[in-house]
Design a protein around this ligand. Structure first.
Ligand code: NDP
Ligand SMILES: O=CC(=O)O
Length: 326
């Protein structure tokens, strides 16, 4: 019997590629871009599955995939997919939560620490040969321990961050989400509050929200103005949740102390972005989950997800489970 065809648009570790090959006939691309879209469309004509990460996965693409039965992304976020269109076509889509939760929380903590203690800025000065005598106050940062941690988006990653902040740094925790998160409250002493209160009271405001219509530019000029001038904003959910020009203004004006950022409105961050010129910004290239171990685990999860889905056996990690009930 012929194996089902799939389109793979992300390079996989050899063993995972082989596992996929045992089940499917693979047509492989290095991402889906404006340049190769037409070629991808051709390959999709026969494809029953789609697996990869990144790119714009929209209705036009699905229109070229008449046999598509399952989609699997190697990521937690799926804002680049037209999920409503997939659901309309009764196609399940799977993602890879849990595999990366701890690693992303570690990255957020790294941003908190490096921004507060000015790790990058100070290390660059050492490399530039500026450490010639006992350091003065111009090398100092601010404390992290015992300060108030504000977490916007108390989901999987928010919870893992709360654990680190509570047990590692004795930080009181405020959080904002749509629902109450008892585990965060009971295990880590977190208190749910309105966004306004969180912005006013927190020393670190960590944004861990998905990109949705409701979260687009949730943090803009007015919200930044509510933060303490000694506070730090950390952005690790999706770039467009923050109004970047407003953030740049706030950083330049000293409305807030600094920002640690792993995600941006445009990625890769344009070379002329003012964020690159500000000493109170730590900018990372969307490395939240980027460790060898975690990226492997995410890819393995996505491979398992696609194999299960094309067997009609989806048990977990489906972002549109309503299609499974039909
Ligand atoms: N920088 C990086 O490399 C990475 C970034 N991410 C991003 O992080 C996001 C979060 O991941 P994860 O924690 O696993 O996701 P979860 O779905 O577990 O958590 C999302 C949280 O956001 C809250 N939320 C959603 N919409 C709103 C809203 N309008 N107002 C207030 N709260 C809201 C949810 O609230 P409620 O609990 O009430 O539903 C939930 O607490 C991902 O969607 C992705 O975009 C993920 C991985 C890596
Ligand atoms: O940003 C990364 C993800 O997994 O989502």
């Amino acid at each position: 019997m012929n194996k089902p065809s799939i389109v793979l648009y992300k390079k996989l570790p050899a063993d995972l590629h082989q596992r996929l090959e045992e089940h499917f006939a693979i047509t492989e691309f290095d991402g889906i871009t404006d340049k190769n879209r037409a070629e991808v469309f051709d390959a999709l004509q026969n494809a029953e599955g789609l697996l990869g990460s990144g790119g714009k996965i929209d209705k036009e693409l699905f229109d070229h995939a008449p046999r598509l039965r399952a989609v699997s992304t190697i990521s937690v976020g799926y804002d680049n997919f037209d999920v409503a269109e997939l659901t309309r076509r009764e196609i399940p889509m799977m993602h890879t939560p849990t595999a990366l939760t701890d690693t992303v929380a570690d990255t957020v903590m790294a941003l908190v620490l490096s921004t507060a203690r000015r790790v990058v800025n100070v290390a660059e000065r050492v490399k530039a040969g500026e450490w010639n005598e006992n350091i003065g106050e111009d090398w100092f940062g601010i404390d992290v321990h015992h300060k108030t941690m504000g977490i916007v988006g108390m989901g999987r990653i928010g919870l893992a961050l709360a654990q680190r902040a509570h047990f590692g740094f004795d930080m009181p925790i405020l959080y904002n989400a749509r629902s109450q998160h008892k585990e965060a409250e009971e295990k880590f002493g977190a208190r749910k509050c309105e966004l306004d209160e969180l912005l006013k009271e927190s020393d670190f405001v960590c944004i861990l929200l998905p990109m949705t219509e409701q979260t687009f530019h949730l943090i803009g000029k007015e919200e930044l103005a509510k933060m303490k001038s000694s506070a730090i904003l950390v952005s690790a959910g999706r770039g467009p949740v923050i109004d970047e020009p407003a953030l740049i203004e706030a950083l330049k004006a000293g409305t807030i102390y600094g920002a640690g950022m792993d995600v941006f409105e445009t990625e890769p961050l344009p070379k002329d972005s003012a964020l690159l010129t500000l000493p109170n910004v730590v900018a990372l290239p969307h490395i939240g989950s980027a460790t060898h171990e975690t990226r492997y685990d995410m890819a393995a999860c996505a491979v398992d997800n696609l194999i299960a889905a094309l067997k009609g056996d989806v048990k977990q990690f489906c972002v549109n489970p309503e299609v499974l009930k039909k």
